[in-house]
Design a protein around this ligand. Structure first.
Ligand SMILES: [Zn+2]
Length: 286
């Protein structure tokens, strides 16, 4: 499932490919045809992300997209006068001067008004990729419940944009027991988690890839600092992002293997609808 870094990266690519110009909007599959006609030929003013929600402002209307588990929305270049014929069930197609973007399999694709956008935003917890948010709001919401921190990190009303990989890995990075009740999470422990999520998601947006291994993060931050990461972020080729670094995690999908920190066999269990992976040996804080 796309986590918050994917949607923020997508918003940025949409803004660069189509921003401040009239955009062609169609629904090749037909399911969004009437709404697409209202947007067609109007100026795409902005594309922004809140957690896993994408908002595209076209003229005075707002397109709301949530990719859900299987949705995709690649931005691709085309040559000549027009993009290629759509392939498969394309709910929505955006066409600009040099790029097109095909939305397939979204959980949500709808026109909404400002009021509806406000209520979606109000229901979300703070997004680590938004510098204006109040991380204490997440702490207050965590503390109201005895549900485990492993489940709470997946709750978009607590923190927006976190999915399964980030929740498993951030808890392992800080040796936190995923079953620690939210009500007992201390302020210090919360700031440790939050600051790390901010760091991890920023690196994730730049590379379009979830990076949680410290050696990879340090290398990624070096590339961001010296500018060598820029061409990767700036590419609008439609090629799948997210394979610059070797795909490697401490816990995710590693149940049964030894923990690389303490050697204990990693475990898995269904928590908040997705498989939680953790190390019962060294994840004892909380
Ligand atoms: Zn361990």
């Amino acid at each position: 499932m796309p986590e918050g870094h994917t949607i923020h990266g997508l918003a940025d690519r949409l803004a660069r490919a189509f921003g401040d110009r009239p955009v062609g909007v169609t629904s090749p599959q037909g399911r969004f045809a009437a709404d697409a006609a209202l947007l067609d030929g109007r100026v795409l003013e902005a594309a922004t992300a809140d957690g896993k929600h994408l908002f595209v402002d076209i003229d005075d209307r707002i397109l709301h997209v949530h990719l859900g588990l299987i949705g995709t929305f690649p931005v691709m270049p085309f040559e000549g006068d027009a993009p290629p014929e759509p392939v498969g069930a394309v709910r929505l197609r955006l066409v600009g001067e040099q790029h097109f973007a095909d939305l397939r399999g979204p959980m949500v694709c709808a026109l909404i008004d400002e009021e509806a956008r406000d209520s979606i935003r109000l229901a979300l917890g703070p997004d680590p990729l938004d510098p204006k948010v109040d991380p204490e709001l997440a702490l207050r919401r965590l503390r109201r419940t005895r549900r485990g921190i492993g489940a709470l990190l997946m709750d978009q009303a607590v923190v927006a944009g976190i999915g399964n990989v980030y929740r498993c890995e951030v808890l392992h990075r800080h040796r936190i027991d995923p079953f620690t009740p939210g009500s007992t999470i201390t302020e210090n422990l919360w700031w440790e988690i939050w600051d790390d999520l901010v760091r991890l998601l920023h690196v994730g947006v730049v590379f379009g890839q979830i990076l949680t291994m410290e050696d990879q993060i340090i290398e990624a931050e070096r590339m961001i600092a010296d500018g060598t990461a820029e061409p990767i972020t700036a590419s609008l080729t439609g090629e799948r992002l997210g394979d610059f670094f070797e795909r490697r995690f401490s816990t995710y999908k590693r149940a049964g293997e030894p923990c690389d920190r303490c050697g204990t066999t990693l475990r898995s269990e269904q928590v908040a609808g997705r498989t939680l992976y953790w190390c019962p040996g060294c994840q004892t804080r909380g």
